[in-house]
Design a protein around this ligand. Structure first.
Ligand code: ADP
Length: 254
């Protein structure tokens, strides 16, 4: 699979430098547990962001909030220019269908359905007729290098192949933002690296990607790392880089 093939599918998405994710003071509580304690984050179109931090630090809750699966207890969430706080559930479903793709650690595929049928499910809420859904599913499987597996069912596929099917399902609707929650967590190291390579290719082709990972070496290889702890952003390499740059400029002017 060449980058050119993926680039052919790059969507006419938001303009470069447009903020596609904007969280402001987002708090999420579950009973007594404060999963998020005031998270603010901006992600620009075309970014590839690693989200790291200990278990229980709020990474999944943050990703689900960006994906509009979780509503915050307080604070504002703006996705592709839409303030989601004021949106009704059916409008949120439409926003998700248009802008968001999800990938999970354990794939969440239907074992009895073929790879193509699983991928076509990614268009169920996009109002695409069945035949067109299947055509686009086969096309998406080609984009993840699985054109030879369209008729296979998940039990006949390796872990890495299953995750490719899940990624194809996430991108079949050409989302603005791809959210991946530990997509390499259930894979061996080599398969995990290949999956990350695929996320990079999709990002090169224009998709904004947020990926939760426990693999710190892998996270360090990505352009931006957001580190969470106790429900807050403890460190964000993009802002710390900006801070370091500002320090350098101020220092040079002294
Ligand atoms: P991480 O992804 O970093 O492991 P999570 O976002 O899953 O962290 O969880 C953050 C905190 O919120 C944890 O203390 C977790 O137990 C709690 N939490 C997450 N989801 C729920 C839920 N649906 N109900 C109750 N508590 C939850």
């Amino acid at each position: 699979m060449s980058a050119a093939t993926l680039a052919d599918h790059a969507v006419a998405g938001p303009r470069a430098a447009e903020t596609v994710v904007r969280l402001r003071d987002v708090v999420k509580t579950y009973g007594d547990v404060q999963a998020l304690r005031g998270v603010s984050l901006d992600v620009t179109a075309g970014e590839l962001v690693a989200v790291v931090g200990p278990s229980g630090s709020g990474k999944s809750t943050m990703l689900n909030t960006v994906g509009t699966l979780d509503r915050p207890t307080s604070g504002t969430v703006t996705i592709a220019g839409h303030d989601v706080g004021s949106m009704r559930d059916d409008d949120l479903s439409r926003l998700r269908a248009e802008h968001i793709g999800f990938v999970f650690q354990h794939f969440h595929l239907q074992a009895g359905a073929t790879a193509a049928e699983n991928v076509a499910d990614g268009l169920l809420y996009a109002g695409v007729p069945r035949r067109a859904r299947m055509e686009r599913a086969v096309d998406a499987l080609g984009r993840v290098g699985l054109e030879h597996r369209v008729g296979h069912r998940p039990p006949q596929l390796s872990g890495g192949e299953k995750q490719r099917v899940a990624i194809a399902r996430a991108i079949v609707g050409d989302p603005t933002i791809l959210l991946a929650d530990e997509p390499t967590g259930a894979l061996d190291t080599a398969s995990g690296r290949k999956i990350l390579g695929l996320l990079r290719e999709l990002n090169d082709a224009g998709t904004t990607v947020l990926v939760i990972t426990h693999d710190l070496a892998l996270a360090a290889s990505l352009p931006r790392q957001v580190r969470m702890r106790d429900g807050a952003v403890e460190d964000d390499s993009s802002t710390s880089d900006a801070g370091a740059l500002a320090d350098a400029i101020v220092g040079a002017g002294r």
